[in-house]
Design a protein around this ligand. Structure first.
Ligand SMILES: *Cc1c(COP(=O)(O)O)cnc(C)c1O
Ligand code: SF4
Length: 310
């Protein structure tokens, strides 16, 4: 498993990192580091990325596979839970390690797509006549080279029923330089619609560099959405969530989902009560145009879609 994690973890790794999920070491990018205010012990960027001793706490109800991903593993690399769309996991690697991530215990070692597994995954997707959308996920699919991505995207473009390609990625805000010409060209060449769902939790994650990355993506005719997770200490605040929606839209990105935290072991200190989440959404509704209010949802194993909470 360690082989699929980039070997450039940031320098500060407190002893707490040496806990059960040793692969989920602290990992950030230079841009994220530059956004962290080290003088602020409650910094909302630091909270998302710095290893915290509270991760070692065992809290009842916070488990290793909270969303039933292991059960939804159709063939290696494919997570098929919902009708008409499936996740294609090309890599377990990410540019950053978000400490609340529900996949922090996921056995990615089994998920690295070699040529044979990719053929098997494509055959699975091709065999389902309802499969109109494939979601490249991970890990973060944009850590792959454009050449590697192009090889997959070209194969997806040939799938008979596919109308949309979706990419879930944190790259546009943590490594915006990755949104380069080669990537934009390959996305622009896709015959169907392309949707990129970014992942931004706090307005301070947005700046001139993310604006440029999103501008390039829009130029490549990519529809831009955002998913956030409601996180204690980060964005459990009506003003912060309002500014997040406003700032995203200024960069051409529509809020899509606000997720209730998946109860994954090690992330209990980020938990926000569902009722509090509902109040936040109501407050946003009273302040913002409807299109800037994200859908508040939770993922429940076995359900046919994300479950609306708002
Ligand atoms: C979240 C998720 C999707 C996408 O759901 P949407 O509601 O379409 O955004 C698809 N497949 C899996 C396995 C998911 O977890
Ligand atoms: S980028 Fe996404 S998949 Fe990777 S650690 Fe963060 S939340 Fe998890």
């Amino acid at each position: 498993m360690a082989a699929i994690i980039p070997d450039n973890p940031s320098s500060s790794q407190p002893a707490a990192a040496a806990r059960q999920d040793a692969d989920f070491v602290e990992l950030t990018t230079p841009l994220v580091e530059s956004q962290i205010d080290s003088g602020d012990s409650g910094d909302p960027i630091a909270l998302q990325f710095r290893v915290d001793p509270r991760e070692a706490l065992e809290v009842p109800g916070f488990d290793a596979d909270p969303v039933g991903d292991l059960a939804a593993n159709a063939v290696p690399g494919v997570l098929h839970k919902y009708r008409g769309r499936a996740l294609l996991v090309l890599t377990g690697a990410c540019a950053v390690h978000c400490r609340y991530c529900f996949r922090r215990h996921f056995p990615y070692g089994d998920q690295r797509l070699d040529e044979q597994a990719l053929e098997q995954a494509l055959a699975y997707l091709a065999a389902d006549p309802e499969m109109t959308e494939v979601i490249l996920s991970g890990g973060d699919p944009l850590v792959l080279s454009s050449r590697r991505l192009a090889a997959v995207v070209e194969r997806l473009a040939a799938l008979p029923h596919l109308r949309r390609l979706r990419i879930h990625s944190r790259i546009p805000t943590v490594s915006p330089e990755r949104i380069d010409d080669s990537l934009c060209q390959l996305l622009a060449a896709f015959p169907g619609q392309v949707v990129l769902v970014a992942h931004v939790n706090h307005p301070r994650e947005l700046g001139a560099q993310s604006a440029e990355a999103f501008r390039r993506l829009r130029e490549a005719r990519v529809t831009l959405l955002n998913q956030a997770v409601l996180l204690e200490g980060v964005n459990n605040d009506t003003d912060v969530l309002t500014e997040l929606s406003e700032s995203l839209f200024e960069q051409g990105v529509l809020p899509y989902y606000l997720h209730q935290l998946d109860p994954v072991a090690g992330a209990a200190h980020f938990a926000v009560d569902v009722e509090v989440g509902r109040e936040r959404i109501e407050a946003l509704r009273a302040r913002l145009p409807g299109y800037l209010v994200p859908r508040f949802v939770v993922e429940q194993a076995g359900e046919p879609s994300k479950t609306p909470l708002g």
